[in-house]
Write a protein that binds this ligand. Structure first.
Ligand code: ADP
Ligand code: MG
Length: 439
């Protein structure tokens, strides 16, 4: 008998203390824990029998209705984005372009790609979605992508019935060892009777260098040969060249698509869908405030929607009020601040003390509406002065190759934090302007 089965057997007759307390936790209060808080929702997402009230149920539903830390993949929870989705589909279907999707973290890139995956899948595309990371390796990635394409679609290879039945794929035709972009595009150029969409998300997370260069080379090769494979590359960047810096020569085959901030109507729809799903009612002025704070960032809207909903449930109400949103805002500001570096917070505080806070807010506002970028070209002299102040405080840094033209915040969470803090000041009656460091 091994250790595990011994434990189980022991538990059935005379439970040892560890097993017994686990059993106790399932059926009522754990022994000796009369005063301790307890889990109300099982890991299986069901309420503990006899424990959950209606409010607990609502709380569990809220977690499903607003998922700020996960992309949306259900069509029923996906709000707005009609224009950008239409553009994306047109580029893929009519123009047969490769697409580079870029924008700030939290703007909704992954959610958009999840929905695109579903729609392409419905249209019988073979969709290969991959999230890039530190260890992304070209060979492994494309061997696995080729492994998702049945041999059936290879134009000059007539697989025998048994090969089709045994699930042969294009990966079987690749040589052993490392494969090159050239070999992959050769293989992909033989595809017929289907179309393949290769989606590489979080491209900014792959360390630059070999991997990025190989992807760029593959895109070049694929567009030279007009294959039935199209790439959609997504990541955090201020523009197309910043994300895929090695492929300027084939720009005519590539569409750079910046994901815009959501409109007020789209944020309203996001809250509306969440509200429908969890059964809470969000007052119009609560939605209006969420819209104003979120600045069109779905991540912030979703976070506020969730916190405000929990606030209402905690009050024993099913109606979410504007005051629930102002309370949620405090929580979200505190959470955001904890993720920022002391260096940024102190730099912002120094500017506030020096009476330069309005300039900093101006920079944050511009960055939040332009994929994180503050562009000096064509901007006002006020913005130029604000930039000078931001650079001097080392909160801002130059970006890109055009010297002295484009800038961004050194730390990406800073603009949204500054923005939310300024709104908190404006909406809370009797509010004392907090310093950027929260003091
Ligand atoms: N169209 C949308 N409808 C509803 N919620 C959305 C939408 N787009 C994004 N979100 C919400 O915003 C959060 C951030 O979106 P995500 O797609 O992960 O952004 P990104 O990939 O750009 O960082 C998600 O957790 C999701 O809850
Ligand atoms: Mg993402």
């Amino acid at each position: 008998m091994n250790w595990f089965s011994k434990k189980l057997k022991g538990a059935a007759s005379a439970p040892d203390p560890i097993v017994r307390s686990a059993i106790g936790g399932m059926h009522g209060k754990a022994e000796g824990s009369a005063e301790l808080p307890f889990f109300k929702v099982l890991a299986t997402d069901q309420l503990h029998r006899g424990r959950g009230s209606e409010a607990d149920k609502a709380r569990a539903q809220l977690r499903e209705a607003f998922t700020p830390s996960q992309p949306v993949s259900r069509i029923s929870m996906f709000a707005g984005r009609e224009a950008v989705l239409t553009r994306l589909i047109r580029a893929i279907e009519d123009q047969q372009l490769h697409v580079v999707v870029y924008g700030e973290r939290g703007i909704g890139k992954t959610s958009l790609l999840r929905i695109l995956t579903r729609l392409a899948d419905e249209a019988k595309y073979i969709v290969c979605y991959t999230s890039c990371g530190e260890n992304s390796n070209f060979s492994d990635m494309f061997r696995s992508i080729a492994g998702a394409i049945p041999m059936l679609f290879h134009s000059d290879y007539a697989p025998t019935q048994s090969e089709i039945e045994s699930g042969g794929t294009l990966a079987d035709l690749l040589p052993a060892g490392e494969v090159t972009p050239h070999q992959i595009s050769d293989l992909f150029s033989k595809l017929s009777s289907t179309r393949v969409l290769v989606i590489l998300d979080e491209f900014d997370r792959s360390p630059s260098g070999a991997f990025r260069r190989m992807i760029a080379e593959l895109v070049k090769n694929l567009s030279d040969r007009s294959t039935r494979v199209q790439m959609v590359i997504a990541g955090v960047a201020g523009n197309l060249a910043e994300l895929v810096e090695h492929i300027p020569s084939v720009r005519r085959n590539i569409l750079g698509l910046q994901i815009p901030n959501m409109t007020a109507a789209e944020v309203g729809e996001l809250i509306g869908r969440g509200s429908e799903s969890c059964g809470l009612r969000y007052d119009d002025d609560a939605i209006e405030l969420i819209t104003r704070i979120s600045c069109g960032l779905p991540y912030i809207a979703s976070l506020l929607g969730q916190h405000a909903g929990i606030g209402a449930v905690d009050r024993g109400s099913t109606q979410v009020l504007r005051s629930d949103v102002t309370n949620a805002l405090k929580l979200v500001i505190d959470e955001t601040r904890q993720r920022l570096s002391d260096r940024s917070l102190r730099a912002a505080k120094r500017l506030q003390v020096a009476g330069k806070y309005a300039e900093l807010l101006k920079l944050a506002d511009v960055a939040l509406h332009h994929a994180g970028i503050v562009d000096l070209v064509g901007s006002s002299t006020e913005l130029g002065e604000a930039l000078r102040i931001g650079l001097e405080a080392q909160l801002i840094e130059p970006v890109g190759e055009e010297v002295g033209e484009r800038f961004r915040f050194v730390e990406e969470g800073v603009p949204v934090y500054l923005w939310m803090q300024s709104i908190e000041g404006a909406v809370n009656p009797g509010y004392q302007q907090r310093s950027p460091s929260g003091a």
